[in-house]
Design a binder for this molecule. Structure first.
Ligand SMILES: [Fe+2]
Length: 180
């Protein structure tokens, strides 16, 4: 279950219904896909072959199609990051810059963990710490970034309206520096 940390106040939100209510108030979609549906060998495994990735997609096929239908997503894939990912540090550095997109950023964490840092309208920046099962959609034009947690590995299903058009626009925010 996702855990929220509000940077300005230091408040942590852990309780299921409170996490859901907070994210809803920020217009961040949240849902939960049961990670134990995965075959045991893929549960919390972040080193995946192409056929493992296909297996992740087929395991969550119904969840993916339901979400895609509700939100207009047209394409999906699986991304796996781990210590064997070439240039992981360079990649993370690139990720860890506040930016926006002209479509939702949708991630369903199926193994490992990671954090979205999102700018709330009134709360300022808050962290959403995600573990297997957590599904999140950061809305269009909301400043955010993604980073890995200490274990430095994650597997996520990504859903897009148009992956070609899914680019990051840098958002240079003096508020963010203050929030650090
Ligand atoms: Fe993003």
């Amino acid at each position: 279950m996702a855990v929220i940390h509000i940077r300005q106040t230091g408040q942590t939100i852990k309780e299921d219904s409170e996490v859901r209510a907070f994210l809803e108030s920020q217009e961040v979609l949240y849902e939960y896909w049961d990670p134990t549906k995965l075959p045991e060998r893929l549960q919390n495994e972040c080193h995946l072959t192409d056929s493992d990735k296909e297996e992740v997609l087929s395991t969550f096929n119904e969840d993916i199609r339901s979400l895609a239908e509700r939100r207009g997503y047209k394409k999906w894939d699986v991304i796996a990051l781990n210590e064997q990912t070439p240039d992981l540090d360079v990649l993370l550095k690139k990720f860890e810059q506040v930016h926006t997109h002209t479509e939702d950023e949708v991630r369903a964490i199926t193994a490992g963990s990671g954090t979205f840092v999102i700018k709330g309208a009134e709360t300022g920046y808050f962290d959403v710490n995600l573990s297997p099962g957590d599904v999140i959609s950061v809305p269009v034009n909301i400043p955010h970034f993604f980073t890995l947690s200490e274990e430095r590995q994650v597997v996520a299903v990504r859903l897009f309206i148009d992956p070609e058009g899914w680019v990051a626009h840098t958002f240079d925010d003096p508020d963010f520096k203050k929030a650090q």
